[in-house]
Ligand binder design. Structure first.
Ligand SMILES: Cc1cc2nc3c(=O)[nH]c(=O)nc-3n(C[C@H](O)[C@H](O)[C@H](O)COP(=O)(O)O)c2cc1C
Length: 220
């Protein structure tokens, strides 16, 4: 019985992963409930990151005029304005010793310990930054943010919410529209979320994935 229940549970997640697709056309009249939205945002906040540094900000863009401006620099992709919600994933640009120190101060406060106790950990992280170009460090930070986006996409599927991850936009223009550089941020991706339009042709397209033999290497 327990085995059967587990089997059903795992079948469900696979069903959801097959159900989800990068939604091209959203139903503009269907909105994500505030409870679901709160859950999705909490999933983002709880996402893991290397060393726990959380080098991100998730920008919840509600303003329709700003969304229209973003659409203009996103090749006119209608998901930007038609989805119930969009979130712009941004990275902090100061991936450096200061960021580590700020984080350690926060950790010390949360744990109620003296920050000096975290010197070793801080030194290790700073050491790992040594010799890396700012490009490499930003790339590393972006990896963390993409993990959070992955969590969001999976949670959307579990909650029967449609979503589209999007990189098809001019990042520097989105940064400008949102005033991100003055906040020490730069945009990486956008996730549009809501409910598929009944006539979104992409909903019924075959899912194209490499077969298991191509994607897994088993080392025994
Ligand atoms: C990082 C990333 C960026 C993407 N950018 C866009 C985009 O700008 N517009 C779009 O319609 N789909 C975009 N996609 C969706 C992919 O094309 C889609 O996930 C892929 O073809 C697999 O199809 P499926 O998600 O429908 O299963 C993006 C996906 C990822 C992961």
């Amino acid at each position: 019985m327990v085995k059967q229940q587990l089997l059903t549970k795992f079948m469900n997640i696979i069903e959801k992963m097959n159900w989800r697709y990068a939604t091209k056309k959203f139903d503009i009249n269907k909105k994500i409930s505030s409870e679901n939205l709160a859950t999705l945002l909490e999933v983002l906040r709880l996402s893991p990151s290397s060393y726990g540094l959380q080098p991100w900000k998730f920008i919840v863009v509600n303003n329709p005029d700003i969304r229209a401006k973003i659409k203009e620099v996103a090749y006119g992709q209608t998901q930007i304005t038609d989805a119930s919600q969009i979130i712009v994933f941004a990275n902090k640009t100061n991936i450096d010793a200061n960021l580590v120190d700020e984080y350690m101060n926060f950790v010390a406060k949360e744990k109620g310990i003296d920050v000096s106790l975290l010197e070793g950990f801080a030194g290790m992280i700073k050491g790992s930054f040594t010799g890396k170009s700012i490009g490499d460090l930003k790339g590393w930070a972006a990896c963390q943010t993409y993990l959070a986006a992955g969590n969001l996409l999976t949670t959307c599927a579990v909650l029967d919410i449609d979503a589209c991850p999007m990189e098809g936009f001019d990042r520097s223009k989105v940064d400008e529209i949102l005033g991100l550089s003055s906040l020490g941020l730069e945009s990486k991706m956008i996730v549009a979320m809501g409910y598929r339009a009944e006539d979104d042709a992409d909903a019924t397209k075959k899912k194209i994935r490499f077969p298991k033999e191509e994607v897994f290497i088993e080392i025994n």
